[in-house]
Ligand binder design. Structure first.
Ligand SMILES: O=C(O)CCC(=O)C(=O)O
Ligand SMILES: [Fe+2]
Length: 202
């Protein structure tokens, strides 16, 4: 298992004085999130009628990678004209997100953008593209975006749980048969990332 922390706020002062403490706290957080990920993958496997261990083993088992990204959205004088993050689905297997108390996350549901209420002490979980592919479309990768606030800075801490680059990801053979053909092609996660980053068809 590999932990990567990526900063998208471009503020070096956030990193240097706090770096040692940040590293320790992040390592503890990482351990706890791995337990949450294991439980979620187990429940999602069972939801597909499979043994609990199946999804975890297909996303790399103990080689699953957690990548933390810190988003920072400064106040925007005309929030109706800007977005914090454009609509997208996450290419991870699962994303575990903690925002601050400034609302902004929206999910696409029933042809509308629905505001996700802030819930103190809660983790927001997105099903990502890799679970959609493995489940042959039974679970959908959630389309989401974030808005900005007129007066307050919004922040969110997203941890993307993803397979190692070499992992082959495709619809689970247990879920594919004649009436239910594979809806997605099988490829390495590295190939999937390359195609997604370069907006190529999957
Ligand atoms: O800030 C948010 O609530 C969402 C961020 C997000 O979707 C992402 O980093 O992929
Ligand atoms: Fe996202």
């Amino acid at each position: 298992m590999k932990l990567i922390t990526r900063y998208s706020c471009h503020k070096p002062w956030l990193i240097s004085p706090l770096s040692m403490l940040h590293r320790e706290v992040t390592e503890v957080y990482n351990k706890e999130l791995l337990k949450v990920t294991d439980t979620l993958l187990e429940l999602l496997s069972e939801g597909l009628g499979l043994e609990g261990k199946v999804l975890k083993s297909h996303v790399g088992g103990d080689e699953i990678e957690l990548e933390m990204k810190i988003n920072m959205y400064p106040p925007c004088p005309q929030p109706q004209l800007a977005l914090g993050v454009e609509p997208h689905t996450d290419m991870s297997a699962l994303t575990l997100l903690v925002p601050n108390d400034v609302p902004g996350l929206q999910v696409w549901k029933d042809d509308n953008w629905v505001v996700v209420d802030y819930l103190p002490n809660a983790l927001f979980v997105h099903v990502g593209d890799q679970i959609e592919v493995l489940s042959n479309g039974k679970y959908k990768s959630v389309l989401h975006r974030s808005t900005v606030d007129k007066e307050r800075t919004r922040m969110s801490w997203a941890v993307f749980c993803a397979p190692p680059h070499k992992a082959m990801i495709g619809p689970l053979p247990e879920l594919v048969d004649e009436p239910n053909p594979a809806k997605y092609s099988t490829k390495t996660f590295a190939e999937y990332r390359y195609r997604k980053f370069n907006k190529l068809p999957q």
